[in-house]
Design a protein around this ligand. Structure first.
Ligand SMILES: Cc1cc2nc3c(=O)[nH]c(=O)nc-3n(C[C@H](O)[C@H](O)[C@H](O)COP(=O)(O)O)c2cc1C
Length: 349
C-alpha cells in the first residue's frame, strides 16, 4: 500500500466520532468504567478519563452502610431528647465506622466531580425499600452527574412472589427518583421470569438507563476441605453473551438507555455490544487486569472497526438488534432449535 493511502486510513480512524448519549448525558465515548476498584482515588479516575472513557461509575455505597449511619443518628437523637433544643439538630460525627466511609465517599465524589470533565456517576447498592434511598440526594448534592442503583437482591424469603420482587425494584427506583433531579440507572440481575416485560415497565417508570447485568456471587465448593468457597473472580468474555442477547432483544422496545456490563475483555467485545444495541459498554475486569490505560486500546479497536466498515457509531449501534416486528419468542426458539440441530450433527456419533 502506498504511504499516502496508509496516512488516509490513519486519518479516517482518528476522525471517527464516538460521542454518545447515555441516560441523557453527553459522553465523549461509549466505553464506561463500571463500578469497581479503579474509582477509589481521584488520580485513578483521572487516568481513566485520560485513557478516553466516556464516564466513570464509582464503587458502591451500600444500603447497610447508610442504615448504620441512620441508626446511629437516631440513637444520638434519643440520647439527647432531654438536652437543649439545639442538640436536636446534632448529626453524628462522620469520623469512624460506616459514617467515616460515607463521609469519605462523599468527599471523593466531590473531588472527583471537580477534577473530571466527563460524568461521574455515583453507585448506590441495596435491596430494600426504606429511608436509606434518601442518600441519593446527598450523592447529588456532593456532585454526582447521575446515580447507578444496583439492586443486588437474591430473594432468600421463599414466600416472596416474583411480582413482589419486581414491585420492590420499582419502589426502590421510584424512591430514588423522588429525591433527585439527576438521571438514575438501574443495574439489574437477569433472573426475572419475563425480563423483557419487566424492563419495559422499568422504562415506563422512568429508569434513565438499564445496566445489564449484575454478576451474582456464585460460591464454589472445595471438596477436600468440604468448605464453601466464596471466591470473587474477574469475568470472562463468554459472560458478555447474556447481556448482549437481552440488549439486542430490548433495543427497539425501550426508549431508556442500555448499558452492557460483564465480559468485556477486548475491543471485539465492545463492538459486539454496540452491534447488539448497547448505548454504552462498561468494563471493570479488563481494566483491573490491564490498568486504566487499556481503555485506550478498547477505543482504538472500536475506531478501527468503524473506519474499516465505513460506519458511524450510530449506524453500528443496534445493527444486529432484534427487529421490533420480529417475534422474540420465535426468533429465539428458531435459533435454539437450529443451534441444537447443528450441535447434534457436530457432536453426534
Ligand atoms: C473488584 C470488583 C469490584 C466491584 N465493585 C462493584 C461495586 O462496588 N458496585 C457495583 O455495582 N459493581 C461492582 N463490581 C461489578 C462491576 O461493576 C461489573 O458490573 C462486573 O464486574 C462485570 O463487568 P466486567 O466483566 O467488565 O468486570 C465490581 C467488580 C469487580 C471485579
Amino acid at each position: 500500500m502506498a504511504p499516502t493511502q496508509v496516512r488516509e486510513q490513519v486519518d479516517r480512524t482518528a476522525d471517527v466520532d464516538l460521542t454518545t448519549t447515555y441516560m441523557g448525558l453527553t459522553l465523549p465515548s461509549p466505553v464506561v468504567a463500571s463500578a469497581g476498584p479503579l474509582s477509589q482515588s481521584v488520580a485513578s479516575m483521572q487516568a481513566l478519563e485520560e485513557a478516553g472513557v466516556g464516564a466513570v461509575v464509582m464503587y458502591s455505597l451500600f444500603e447497610e452502610q447508610v442504615r448504620h449511619e441512620q441508626e446511629q443518628g437516631v440513637r444520638v437523637l434519643e440520647a439527647n431528647t432531654n438536652s437543649f433544643a439545639e442538640a436536636l439538630s446534632y448529626f453524628p460525627t462522620e469520623s469512624g465506622g460506616s459514617n467515616g466511609e460515607i463521609a469519605q465517599y462523599l468527599d471523593l465524589l466531590t473531588k472527583g466531580a471537580d477534577a473530571l470533565s466527563i460524568p461521574l456517576i455515583a453507585s448506590l447498592n441495596g435491596a430494600h425499600t426504606g429511608g436509606w434511598t434518601k442518600m441519593a440526594q446527598r450523592l447529588q448534592d456532593a456532585g454526582a452527574t447521575g446515580i447507578e442503583l444496583n439492586t443486588y437482591f437474591l430473594p432468600g424469603d421463599f414466600s416472596l412472589t416474583g411480582s413482589e420482587v419486581e414491585q420492590r425494584h420499582l419502589e426502590i427506583l421510584q424512591s430514588v427518583k423522588d429525591v433527585v433531579d439527576i438521571p438514575v440507572a438501574l443495574k439489574l440481575s437477569p433472573y426475572f421470569s419475563n425480563f423483557g416485560e419487566f424492563a419495559i415497565r422499568l422504562d415506563a417508570a422512568g429508569a434513565d438507563a438499564l445496566v445489564l447485568f449484575n454478576r451474582f456471587l456464585q460460591p464454589d465448593i472445595d471438596i477436600n476441605r468440604q468448605e464453601v468457597v466464596s471466591g470473587f473472580e474477574l469475568s470472562h468474555p463468554e459472560e458478555g453473551r447474556l447481556p448482549r442477547t437481552w440488549i439486542a432483544a430490548l433495543r427497539d422496545n425501550v426508549s431508556t438507555s442500555l448499558a452492557a456490563t460483564s465480559g468485556v475483555d477486548g475491543y471485539v467485545d465492545v463492538v459486539k455490544a454496540i452491534l447488539s444495541g448497547a448505548d454504552v459498554v462498561m468494563t471493570t475486569s479488563a481494566l483491573v487486569r490491564r490498568g486504566a490505560g487499556y481503555a485506550t486500546d478498547l477505543l482504538s479497536g472500536l475506531r478501527r472497526y468503524l473506519a474499516r466498515g465505513e460506519l458511524s457509531l450510530d449506524q453500528a449501534r443496534g445493527l444486529l438488534a432484534v427487529p421490533k416486528t420480529a417475534s422474540l419468542a420465535e426468533y429465539e426458539r428458531s435459533g435454539y432449535v437450529s443451534a441444537l440441530e447443528k450441535a447434534k450433527r457436530r457432536y453426534g456419533v
